[in-house]
Design a protein around this ligand. Sequence first.
Ligand SMILES: NC(=O)c1ccc[n+]([C@@H]2O[C@H](COP(=O)([O-])OP(=O)(O)OC[C@H]3O[C@@H](n4cnc5c(N)ncnc54)[C@H](OP(=O)(O)O)[C@@H]3O)[C@@H](O)[C@H]2O)c1
Length: 215
Amino acid sequence: MAQLLRVQNFTVSRDGFGAGEHQSLERPFGHVDPGGMFTWAGATASWPNRTDPGGSRGLDDYFTRDFTHNIGAEIMGRNKFSPQRGPWQDHEWQGWWGDEPPFHTPVFVMTHHPRPSFTLSDTTFHFVDDEPAKVLDRAREAAQGKDVRLGGGATVIREFLDADLVDTLHVAVYPSLEVGSGSRLWESPDELLDRFHLDVVPSPSGVTHHVFWRK
Ligand SMILES: NC(=O)c1ccc[n+]([C@@H]2O[C@H](COP(=O)([O-])OP(=O)(O)OC[C@H]3O[C@@H](n4cnc5c(N)ncnc54)[C@H](OP(=O)(O)O)[C@@H]3O)[C@@H](O)[C@H]2O)c1
């Protein structure tokens, strides 16, 4: 079986932004409120950060459940990992996710400023300064036959799309939010239609799931 490179649950505003501007420690998504954007996922039974029982088990839950299904490694951009830019001031920052990151696999953080790997619970973070194809080779090897998730942000997703390395994308569009500036995935999903099939599936929660797979 081929090892796919999959984008899962990436959520964008109506105008195609995955995050706003001016990211900081207090505002991981910049001027965008992630609570609003991810309401669709947070309401599902399979949401990994759920603290109370319950949650919906409809269409949105299928996507949150699929987030971990057959995933053996993740690739993410440095700005998903950290609000710091440029050389690391120290190595104390270990991501936003606390002692139990939700990845449970090796994670490859793309950065021009590599630093030593470290492990938190069952997630090991590696820092790699390389071109997308080489990073994907490393992630595939680490995934031991399973698929690799491309975790975003939009900058690294665009890079892997430009290199034609992405096999499937699931993008949830949150239509009641317009962001205007920041980290943008697309102006329109139509940009990908020369290379991908697309199913567009509206959910009762208000988001519209876009599921792309290679032609
Ligand atoms: N909406 C969603 O579903 C979703 C999902 C994930 C993340 N996010 C949000 O998206 C934002 C981050 O997205 P972003 O587009 O700003 O940035 P990003 O894609 O997370 O990271 C971009 C950075 O990665 C490093 N990088 C990228 N390609 C590289 C290469 N080939 N070689 C070496 N380093 C490379 C560079 O960092 P350096 O040059 O600094 O090393 C670059 O500035 C955050 O706010 C995050 O919370 C949203």
